[in-house]
Ligand binder design. Structure first.
Ligand SMILES: Cc1cc2nc3c(=O)[nH]c(=O)nc-3n(C[C@H](O)[C@H](O)[C@H](O)COP(=O)(O)OP(=O)(O)OC[C@H]3O[C@@H](n4cnc5c(N)ncnc54)[C@H](O)[C@@H]3O)c2cc1C
Length: 337
């Protein structure tokens, strides 16, 4: 898929990095997953490669120059989701200091209460799942603030991931490591690595990366477009946009809210799919506002390849309810096929 002049690939793993002994640059060869059968070869030896692989940045850095010391430390973060009724508020709760000196929060999100997070140093290849221990830790703290204590049976879903933290000095604990990003241009290969950072600083990370590309490629630095870039679906969006969807497509308020929050003005592209096939206007699963047309859109426009891409990374039903995601999986698989 080409978007704004960028060729995008989904499920394509960067497995090999060739450093030219002539230019000391690293064009890349990317081997694909079997089902996409796409191979990418960067033939221009003066191209600059940016390594933006988050927690696994060291793997790419060492593919380019095996002798570079590792920089990443991995901190596992686990979140759980609870029914919003356990803490019926529009406000978020911040617990500034837990018994072991961490910050916890409980935030209304997507119709659920998102409670997190843990912070535990892990190895690079550790399995990232929400464990019983994570659930016990989060519930023990949140229960101090709830009128009805919650139990593990109340947990409707959860997720865990590895934070990409950068080692700098001799901090013992990942809690003490800064969440700032850092750009490294490798002297040997000229590989540019953007390491660390946060979701909330993604625009600054993009700006730093492109500045580094221009520097490494020896081209003039241009003003960043990132700061004012409106995200896809945001152009012309207003808080009342959902009402227009209700009027124009005769859908429920809940589905209109869901579609406008998730896709902005691109919601219309999804609803237009239902004109030729009324079944696509049906809910993906009873009791959740997502409709079947979103699956088609995820495959055609958002490069979803697997059922999990759709349920976890595009529509987010897996974050809302593990049980609903299990029920929806066969429907999603059938629509994708
Ligand atoms: C549980 C949890 C909660 C968090 N909460 C927050 C929060 O509330 N606010 C906040 O600001 N930040 C939060 N963060 C931090 C945030 O997720 C990261 O800082 C951010 O995702 C880093 O972005 P990135 O693009 O550098 O890396 P990633 O988002 O990790 O992206 C790296 C990408 O590289 C791909 N990749 C890896 N290896 C290869 C390869 N060999 N070939 C091709 N592709 C590859 C991966 O598939 C991935 O898509 C949280 C992190 C965790 C784990």
């Amino acid at each position: 898929m080409i978007f704004k002049g960028v060729t995008l690939l989904s499920h394509n793993q960067y497995v090999y990095l060739l450093v030219s002994s002539h230019t000391r640059r690293c064009p890349f060869l990317s081997s694909s997953q079997p089902w996409t059968s796409v191979r990418v070869r960067c033939s221009n030896l003066n191209k600059v490669v940016v390594n933006a692989t988050g927690p696994v940045s060291d793997t790419l850095r060492q593919m380019a120059t095996p002798s570079v010391p590792k920089r990443m430390r991995h901190s596992k973060g686990a979140h759980i989701l609870l029914p919003l009724e356990v803490f019926p508020t529009k406000d978020a709760l911040l617990i500034p200091k837990t018994e072991d000196g961490r910050v916890l929060s409980a935030v209304p999100w997507g119709g659920r209460l998102l409670v997190g997070t843990t912070d535990e140093e892990i190895d690079a290849d550790a399995e990232l799942v929400v464990t019983d221990k994570d659930i016990e830790y989060l519930l023990r703290h949140i229960n101090h603030y709830l009128t009805r204590p919650v139990t593990p049976a109340d947990v409707v879903s959860g997720f865990a991931g590895a934070r990409p933290l950068i080692a700098s000095g001799d901090q013992d604990s990942t809690k003490e490591l800064a969440r700032d990003d850092e750009i490294e241009i490798d002297d040997e290969s000229h590989l540019i690595s953007i390491m660390g950072g946060k979701w909330t600083t993604h625009r600054a990370m993009a700006e730093d990366s492109i500045n580094a590309v221009q520097e490494a490629a020896g081209i003039a630095r241009t003003e960043s477009l990132t700061r004012n870039h409106v995200l896809y679906g945001g152009e012309g969006f207003t808080d009342n946009y959902w009402k227009r969807l209700v009027r124009q497509f005769h859908i429920s308020d809940e589905t209109a809210h869901h579609l406008s929050c998730k896709f902005g003005i691109a919601a219309e592209s999804i609803l237009r799919l239902t004109a030729d096939n009324a079944e696509l206007a049906e809910p993906m699963v009873a009791g959740y506002p997502a409709i079947k047309a979103e699956v088609i859109y995820a495959v055609r426009q958002e490069m979803a390849v697997t059922i999990e891409d759709v349920l976890a990374r595009r529509i987010g039903l897996q974050m809302y309810s593990w049980r609903d995601a299990i029920d929806a999986a066969p429907v999603v698989g059938w629509l994708m096929a």
